[in-house]
Design a protein around this ligand. Structure first.
Ligand code: SAJ
Length: 444
């Protein structure tokens, strides 16, 4: 076996940069590669360009130790990790061009014994397509063709599955699937990741590992769509969806997710399309889920418009812009979409608050949206819309909302903070010192 001493990570984004830092912390010499010069300069100064707990300190330490350095072009290594974006096109087809470009860039550097691991969320078949491209570009080396054959170069798929906001912890502790194009590829990949992964490693074929990653995010999308559909049903029936979910989830086998203004981020709102594109005739549920979740911002806008009084100019406070609580990431954010849709109206004033951002995105500022802190926004508005359940919004004084019309898309004020204490009669199992282990027969 060839020993891996140097690891090159292609792409230093939300996944690539923490991966660089973790490999460096395990003693590897790590080369981070990114086409964005300012990212490379920042990392080489020991700084980071994303918001992620504890990552800044680790990157700073690893750069200072000399084990992590960044470049705009690939450098020779023993293992190459590809962590570049795989977006969708306008017509919702997967775009794997960044993966293939990364493969083209490393092809000239490859030598006997090297390992290539694709980590980017990818449509089924991408790892094999990348392998074919590499084999075409380097006819002097052998690449995996059958699961059993040994080769000069090893190729695997092993997706990341970490949650933004908890990346370092989940990188280490989550289980991982590894889909090698050959048995030796899987073995080498497992050996490399076991340097930092404390979770279990599961070996499978590349196509299964690719579909597993897509399945995880499609599963969550479908489940969020269920919660969002239930919210619409409850609205028709004038019932509180938060209470319905809270009580239903007390069933031992029910776990309904939370409704909201839609699904954002660059993963869950995108990845189901990779499955839908591959099997359009067999994925009606995933297609419906996408349609339900994508239409949520429009429903929220309708709920707000229902509060307008004819002839009156309203000021609407929109609280929260990020795609989920307690982060600064506005990409594909349904909250931004709600504000964008509202801002098309010229008969209202809009003021937005986002405690994790220093300014509004240019697009919203150009639409005439104001930007201030939550309390001033509430103060100025007659309609208050809660779009993201940031922890800061827990501390809003209910008195300040008393005379306002509310649209609480996350149930933070209208349910989570307003749960009635006398609506629960505590059972014996929850009372201190009173637990009894009676079998049903004994209890009877
Ligand atoms: N959301 C709801 N209701 C919920 C849960 C989430 O409306 O009950 C919304 C959020 O507000 C947000 C969106 O869904 O807009 C996605 O947020 P998320 O926290 O569910 O997931 P992400 O996009 O931050 O990260 C997901 C994770 N995948 C799964 O949980 C299956 C993460 O583990 C993946 O690594 C990541 O996608 C990725 O990179 O693919």
């Amino acid at each position: 076996m060839f020993e891996i001493k140097t690891v090159s990570v292609m792409g230093m984004g939300y996944i690539g940069l923490p991966t660089c830092a973790i490999f460096a912390s395990r003693g590897f010499q790590v080369i981070g590669v990114d086409i964005n010069e300012s990212v490379v300069e920042k990392v080489n100064r020991g700084e980071i360009h994303i918001v992620e707990p504890d990552l800044d300190g680790l990157v700073q330490k690893m750069v200072a130790s000399g084990r992590l350095s960044a470049f705009t072009t690939p450098q020779p290594a023993d293992a190459y990790i590809i962590a570049v974006p795989t977006p969708i096109t306008e017509d919702r087809k997967p775009d794997i061009s960044y993966v293939l470009t990364a493969a083209r860039m490393i092809a000239p550097l490859l030598k006997k014994g090297d390992l290539i691991v694709l980590e980017s969320t990818s449509p089924v078949g991408t790892t094999r397509a990348m392998n074919r491209l590499l084999a075409d570009l380097r006819p002097d080396l052998t690449f995996p063709q059958t699961i059993d054959g040994d080769t000069d170069v090893y190729v695997s798929y092993s997706p990341e599955r970490v949650l933004p906001g908890n990346v370092l912890n989940e990188l280490i502790n989550n289980d991982r699937s590894i889909g090698g194009l050959s048995r030796r590829s899987s073995e080498r990949t497992a050996a490399l990741y076991s340097s930092f992964v404390a979770g279990d490693l599961f070996i499978t074929i590349a196509e299964i590992a690719e579909l597993v990653k897509l399945t995880e995010n499609a599963f969550r999308d479908v489940n969020i769509a269920f919660a969002n559909e239930l919210a619409a049903v409850c609205q028709d029936l004038s019932l509180n969806v938060w209470e319905v979910i809270d009580l239903a989830n007390r069933h031992p086998r029910v776990n309904i997710l939370q409704p909201g203004p839609g699904v954002g981020g660059h993963c869950i709102a995108v990845d189901p399309y990779f499955i839908i594109d591959a099997a359009p005739g067999s994925s009606p549920l995933m297609q419906s889920a996408r349609a339900i979740n994508s239409s949520r911002p429009h429903s929220v806008v309708k709920d707000i418009e229902a509060l307008f009084e004819p002839g009156r100019r309203h000021t609407v406070a929109c609280l929260g812009l990020s795609f989920k609580p307690n982060i600064d990431d506005l990409r594909e954010s349904p909250a931004v979409e709600v504000v964008r849709l509202l801002a098309k109206r010229k008969d209202i004033d809009i003021v937005a608050a986002e405690p994790n951002a220093r300014a509004l995105p240019d697009e919203l500022r150009d639409l005439g949206v104001g930007f201030t802190d939550a309390l001033s926004a509430i103060d100025r508005a007659d309609i208050v819309v809660l779009l993201v359940d940031h922890r800061q919004f827990n501390f809003v004084d209910p008195e300040s909302l008393k005379d306002k019309k509310l649209v609480d898309t996350r149930g933070l004020w209208t349910w989570r903070k307003a749960r009635k204490p006398d609506a629960r009669i505590e059972g014996r199992k929850n009372k201190a010192g009173q637990s009894d282990n009676l079998s049903p027969e004994k209890a009877a």
